[in-house]
Design a protein. Structure first.
Length: 195
């Protein structure tokens, strides 16, 4: 899927659960101090990137960690976030709230069968299917009418980047999903904006 206008993608700032390598999925967690600082850094990066007259629509997952990030960004840019359930993280079923170590202990064969966090998150026990996940994220992308900012989550961010860059799932799994940066994508080209 190729867009002929720029799209700015942000992952929410860090939470304590990110630090603990705990799978969040649709569970609510708040930004920690590092996460709030990352969101402020992203806001400054966007402010530096856009001209003062550019006011782009700012779409965000409604989950608290993404919403907090979007609010920090919106305050800096003079924009009000538009919350969209389709930008939520993948629903991780029985694994939500568990650490990677706990999942590996309870489901060792299943856990070891997946070589990356991306693969693992797409194959949770009783979680959202890849088809459903792809359908909802694709519906966000096809509805965009022009340059926009999206605030979402690690696996969702990775999936969207892969779609926009024309990558298969194996290549998408290698992309990563860094916090505190901005992924700018236009016409299947990506720039990672850092401080």
């Amino acid at each position: 899927m190729q867009l002929d206008f720029p799209l700015y993608l942000l992952r929410h700032g860090q939470t304590d659960w990110n630090r603990e390598r705990r799978l969040q999925g649709w569970l609510e967690t708040e930004l920690n101090a590092t996460g709030r600082a990352q969101a402020a850094k992203q806001a400054q990066l966007m402010k530096d990137r856009l001209s003062p007259s550019e006011l782009l629509p700012l779409f965000s997952s409604p989950l608290k960690r993404a919403a907090e990030t979007a609010e920090i960004l919106g305050d800096a840019l003079g924009s009000v976030p538009i919350y969209d359930d389709r930008l939520r993280e993948i629903q991780m079923g029985a694994w939500q709230g568990l650490t990677h170590a706990e999942v590996a202990s309870r489901w060792p064969d299943h856990y070891s069968a997946h070589k990356t966090d991306f693969h693992l998150s797409l194959n949770t026990i009783d979680g959202e299917t890849l088809a459903a996940f792809a359908r909802r994220l694709d519906s966000v992308l096809t509805a965009l009418a022009g340059p926009s900012i999206l605030v979402t989550h690690g696996i969702a961010l990775q999936f969207i980047r892969g779609r926009l860059l024309g990558l298969d799932l194996e290549a998408t799994a290698e992309l990563g999903h860094e916090q505190g940066v901005i992924y700018a994508i236009e016409a299947s080209q990506e720039e990672i904006i850092r401080a």
